[in-house]
Design a protein around this ligand. Structure first.
Ligand code: HEC
Ligand code: HEC
Length: 423
């Protein structure tokens, strides 16, 4: 406070000076008007001094408050530094916030808070019938999931697959596998159509779920699903999941006397997941339909094939073939290989090495491919490598709209992989 008084001492001095001047002037017999106006000015000056003093007081109080806050922050910081701090220690929590961002608005929370639970909590009011659902499904979902939810190509199947769960290749669908209908409602509402998530209304979601139920023979075609009858629905596999109670029932048995005898000398990786094709894509027979159990990667396909240049494709390096299968993912959108493969955007690529360019039956090639075909040009590992590295560079005007494979190693792998597939 003393500081602010010091600050205002000059102001008070000026007032005093003003008053003195006023009296001096009046004693010299100036007109009454002049005196009045001077008195008015003195009053004004006194006013503004009072105002300035109040402002100064407020400023001083604010400064004191800021200083106190600063001291608090410094104290927290000092405490944090003095405590044993390593890189994993959370940052000091100053005043319960980090001073970043803002609190989410209720509307924003509501937009994210869309989860629907098995007991129906979270379901918005609404309804939709099978018939409406079918129309919506055909319009918004069938391009990937098929008109009857049977799945197109490799897109997920949503219907059928009952009693396949114990098979080697179970077909897990909303009907055969999902234990709660709420999962379907929530998932579709939250994430479908793929790439256009969040565009469905509640009624549309009810209708689509009703149609998926119909596709799974769960309801008749006149069924309407709503928030009212939602929890009455019985799911086929609702009893197929159990609570994981191993921690209570089994762990202590396992941990009693771990066997540490007769261990293997060394542990090696004997197979690659891509080679095993554990996540099959496409219908064509893949390299590892017959994985060996003795640890050596065996491909019936590569064993059986003599490539057209006369070498046994058994000579192919399995690791290279496996890498080729991985690299071939980028080709799969357009090409199929193996038994039962069909022409897609691009031709079937069976028996490519040694084959006349542009000679796959039933495929409509570009002019440049037709010209190469007419000239009797043949695919060799060399020109195939050049083509894959830069399709348009080697075959100007080709219909293969693909930028090319950058890595030489990938090209070699791809060519090895393609040689696995007989014509
Ligand atoms: C452009 C293709 C595409 C469209 C259109 C599409 N989906 Fe999907 N859908 C997918 C893909 C891809 C997945 C798998 C996503 C994943 O596993 O992350 C999927 C998964 C699903 C699943 C879960 C399947 C499972 O068993 O895990 C359901 C249910 C589903 N979609 C329903 C729908 C519905 C209903 C529509 C229309 C409103 C729709 N989808 C539109 C591509 C599509
Ligand atoms: C976007 C679709 C697309 C992709 C991706 C694609 N291709 Fe092609 N490919 C084509 C088309 C279309 C042709 C026919 C070219 C023409 O007629 O000009 C073709 C032709 C070929 C041919 C010659 C076939 C013949 O009968 O002579 C080979 C070999 C080939 N592609 C290999 C590959 C490989 C390997 C990849 C992946 C690295 C790949 N392609 C990626 C569309 C594609």
């Amino acid at each position: 406070m003393s500081k602010s008084l010091n600050l205002f001492a000059p102001a008070i001095g000026i007032t005093a000076l003003g008053l003195g001047l006023a009296y001096g002037l009046s004693s010299r017999d100036y007109g009454a008007q002049t005196i009045e106006s001077l008195q008015a000015r003195v009053a004004q000056t006194e006013d503004s001094v009072a105002r300035a003093t109040a402002e100064a007081q407020a400023a001083t109080e604010q400064a004191a408050q800021l200083a106190a806050e600063r001291d608090a922050v410094l104290a927290v910081a000092a405490e944090a530094t003095s405590a044993s701090v390593d890189l994993t220690t959370p940052a000091a929590d100053i005043d319960g916030s980090y001073g970043l961002g803002r609190a989410a608005l209720p509307e924003e929370l509501a937009a994210w808070d869309v989860d629907v639970l098995p007991d129906g909590r979270g379901l918005p009011e609404g309804r939709g019938d099978v018939f409406t659902g079918e129309e919506l499904f055909v319009e918004k979902c069938a391009s990937c999931h098929g008109d009857f939810a049977e799945g197109v190509g490799n897109w997920p199947v949503l219907a059928g697959g009952f009693d396949t769960l114990a098979n080697e290749d179970p077909v897990k669908t909303v009907g055969s596998y999902w234990p709660h209908l709420s999962t379907a409602w929530d998932y579709i509402n939250r994430s479908m159509p793929f790439g256009e998530a969040g565009t469905l209304t509640s009624d549309e979601t009810y209708a689509i779920v009703a149609y998926i139920m119909y596709s799974n023979d769960m309801v008749d075609d006149d069924f309407e699903l709503s928030h009212e009858n939602f929890t009455d629905v019985e799911m086929y596999n609702s009893d197929g999941f159990v609570i994981d109670d191993r921690a209570e029932l089994e762990y202590d048995q396992w941990r009693r006397e771990p066997c540490m005898e007769n261990c293997k000398d060394s542990v090696e990786i004997t197979m690659r997941a891509t080679f095993l094709d554990v996540t099959p894509e496409g219908s064509g027979e893949t390299v590892m339909d017959h994985a060996s159990t003795d640890g050596s990667p065996v491909s019936t396909a590569s064993d059986d094939i003599a490539t057209t240049d006369g070498t046994e494709s058994g000579d192919l390096d399995p690791a290279l073939v496996a890498a080729g299968e991985g690299a071939f993912r980028q080709c799969k959108t357009c090409h199929q290989v193996g038994e039962g493969a069909s022409n897609r955007t691009g031709p079937v690529l069976n028996g490519m090495v040694g084959r006349t360019i542009g000679s796959v039956e039933g495929f409509r090639y570009s002019d440049v491919f037709q010209a190469a075909n007419a000239a009797g040009d043949v695919w060799t590992p060399e020109n195939l490598a050049a083509f894959l590295a830069d399709p348009r560079g080697m075959m100007a005007g080709t219909k293969m709209s693909f930028r090319g494979v950058r890595e030489e190693a990938d090209i070699a792998a791809l060519i090895a992989y393609l040689q696995v597939f007989e014509d």
